[in-house]
Design a protein around this ligand. Structure first.
Ligand code: PEP
Length: 250
């Protein structure tokens, strides 16, 4: 049985007190959820306090990014080891906003994945095509290239600690969700690509999340697909009721 996961990416939203308020609301509403792992990825300033509040609850903390260096003179950066020490157990890596605005390449993401794994953090590794690539029917090619690049030299043993998120860039923050058929088709393709690299055991066991305008009204039909194991949620994760309703959609 693959793990069902619903992860909230808060991006650059919420002050410290607003964030604590949202975390407390999510904790209060999350109690009855048993068959899904909840993860929240608040801005770094909230990680340690959120981890303290969520202790012994079914909620894990994630970073939204980490540095591609172990430590040293990298002003403004947060290392995988620092994140781990603050109570995070997951890290979102390779989000399309990091690729677009901070020029992250598959090679940089590959380095970050290795640093996270060395520090016992589970990477939630994002992939996905932009609109022009889908319209040119290049979406499979693009995603396969991202996967091969990002997992270069990652051993089978290490890959056991990976979560993948398929996030078509044209669906992120746009209100335009991939159809359940489009999501299933790509998730199956990703699983096949993983199978070609790591074999069927690992490909059958890796959780693949869908991300891109997922909300309470469409989560059920997306999660009903056999290869969709949950969601990476942006906008809707900023509202506790919506986030929990999505998690209740399995
Ligand atoms: C995201 O940025 O990971 C995301 C899925 O955003 P949204 O849900 O707002 O489309």
């Amino acid at each position: 049985m693959r793990k069902h996961i619903v992860a909230g990416n808060w991006k650059m939203n919420k002050t410290f007190s607003e964030g604590i308020d949202l975390i407390n609301k999510i904790i209060n509403k999350s109690e009855p959820l048993q068959n899904v792992q909840l993860i929240i990825a608040p801005p770094f300033i909230l990680t340690s306090e959120a981890a303290r509040l969520a202790m012994n609850k079914n909620i894990d903390l994630a970073g939204q990014n980490c540095a591609n260096h172990d430590e040293g003179a990298y002003t403004g950066e947060i290392s995988a080891r620092m994140l781990k020490s603050s109570g995070a157990t997951y890290v979102i890596l390779g989000h399309s906003e990091r690729r677009a605005y901070y020029h992250e390449t598959d090679e940089i993401i590959n380095t970050k994945i290795k640093l996270c794994l060395e520090n016992s953090l589970t990477p939630i590794v994002c992939c996905g095509e932009v609109l022009e690539e889908r319209e040119a029917n290049k979406h499979f090619e693009v995603v396969a290239k991202q996967i091969k690049g990002m997992f270069q030299d990652i051993s089978s043993e290490a890959f056991k600690n990976i979560v993948i998120a398929y996030e078509p860039v044209w669906a992120i923050g746009t209100g335009k969700t991939a159809s359940p058929e489009q999501a299933q088709e790509m998730h199956l393709f990703i699983r096949e690509t993983i199978k070609n690299i790591y074999g069927s055991d690992l490909s059958n066991n890796v959780s693949i999340l869908y991300g891109g305008s997922c909300k309470p009204s469409n989560a059920k039909e997306l999660f009903a697909n056999p290869d969709v194991d949950g969601g990476l949620i942006g906008g809707a994760s900023l509202n506790a009721d919506d986030f929990i309703a999505i998690a209740n959609s399995f």
